[in-house]
Design a binder for this molecule. Structure first.
Ligand SMILES: C[S@@+](CC[C@H](N)C(=O)[O-])C[C@H]1O[C@@H](n2cnc3c(N)ncnc32)[C@H](O)[C@@H]1O
Length: 372
């Protein structure tokens, strides 16, 4: 490419230099990424201090927001100004003195930030960079030693649950329908489901809400997740049919089942021992239960550069899932980017005859039926 500039009696030809162009484009990208990271941190600050909800449906001045949320007025003012400049909030009367300006949250943005079951809800995503950054010293050590960082160290179980909650609220019913005969089976009186690696419980709870007679057992290794899951089940009024237990699904003494459905969402890639976990899922499903693994919608094979989704998965893998998997000795070391072929090989080693992909219709997840 070249650009030509004419002057009265001189023509200057600017030839672009691919090396300089690449440097400039990459510098722009890093700057934009750094800005996004900084702004997402201010969103997380707002989320944790619950600064957004008072601004929904009403405009407030900085001292008013400060009083409602018991934060220091000077900080409230700076945060409001920053959020408006970042085009998160709207400031209607910008020319007034600082403390007289009013700020509000527009409804479409409020849905993304405040409605945990809205399909547009993405606020929890802002938490992940912050939570991963808390483990930077441990990550540095893990990279050098080959060790790992346990799931519990990140304290991201709430963000993890919040991230998937709108997916479960809006898609889980369709996932069940995508498996032949499963809806009818779960509607049957006495039907029983196990969810392994259930986290804070939103999938298990959603299943119980979809199928009024269903009983669901959720198992998770993480004590904090199980505590939250029980709290959520109680708040949703399904605690009589949804039970949560702190348990390692690979524990050979886990005595439960058989279940009509054994479900694992976004957890197999985190496991140190995925083959043992899949074998355990097979045992829990007994003779004729369904084993459904839902995991990341990664590409079939490595290709660089990748699309945004593949980039998200790899970033999570480096900062979280691989270190979590490697935090136990003898780990398979899978990471977030578990290719379909890798899951197939785990299933085969776990004794399954075949793996069938299920069309979940999800932007984020692939579904795998494990057949014995
Ligand atoms: C990425 S989280 C997914 C949680 C939940 N399924 C969701 O979609 O939000 C993975 C979960 O698997 C759990 N987990 C990891 N290893 C496990 C094991 N061996 N037995 C039971 N749960 C396990 C973790 O504690 C964590 O809650």
């Amino acid at each position: 490419m070249s650009a030509t500039t004419s002057t009265d009696d001189l023509q200057v030809v600017h030839r672009s230099d691919p090396v300089e162009d690449r440097a400039a484009a990459f510098a722009d990208r890093l700057l934009a990424g750094g800005l996004a990271a900084l702004e997402m941190t201010t969103v997380e600050l707002g989320r944790r201090l619950d600064l957004y909800s008072p601004l929904r449906g009403r405009a407030l001045r900085a001292p008013e927001l400060a009083a409602r949320r018991q934060v220091a007025p000077r900080y409230a003012r700076e945060w409001l100004e920053q959020q408006a400049v970042a085009d998160v909030l709207v400031c209607d009367d910008q020319d007034l003195p600082a403390d007289q300006r009013r700020y509000r949250l527009e409804e479409p943005v409020a849905r993304c930030l405040l409605d945990p079951e809205d399909p547009s809800y993405v606020a929890a995503f802002a938490a992940f960079p912050v939570l991963c950054a808390t483990q930077l010293p441990a990550l540095l050590e893990a990279f050098r030693s080959g060790g790992g960082v346990p799931y519990s160290a990140y304290g991201l179980h709430d963000a993890q649950g919040a991230q998937n909650r709108p997916v479960f609220a809006n898609e889980l019913e369709g996932w069940i329908e995508a498996v032949d005969g499963l809806t009818a089976r779960l509607l049957h009186p006495g039907a029983h489901v196990a969810e392994v690696g259930c986290g804070v419980g939103w999938a298990a709870i959603r299943l119980a809400e979809l199928f009024p007679e269903l009983r669901v057992d959720g198992f998770d290794l993480d004590a904090a997740s199980v505590r939250e899951a029980r709290r959520h089940a109680k708040a949703r009024g399904v605690q009589g049919r949804v039970r949560f237990a702190e348990a390692d699904v690979t524990d050979p003494d886990l005595d439960a089942g058989p279940y009509d459905l054994v479900l694992a969402v976004e957890m197999v890639h985190d496991l140190a021992a995925p083959v043992e976990a899949l074998a355990a899922m097979g045992r829990l499903a007994g003779e004729d239960g369904t084993v459904l693994v839902v995991d990341e919608r990664v590409a079939e094979s490595f290709a660089a550069p990748g699309d945004d989704l593949e980039r998200v998965f790899y970033a999570f893998s480096v900062l979280h899932c691989l270190p979590v998997g490697l935090s136990e000795p003898g780990s398979e070391g899978t990471g977030t980017v578990m290719r379909p072929a890798v899951l197939r090989s785990y299933a085969e080693r776990a004794g399954f005859r075949d793996v069938q992909e299920v069309a979940l219709g999800s932007d984020l997840f692939r579904g795998y039926l494990l057949l014995d």
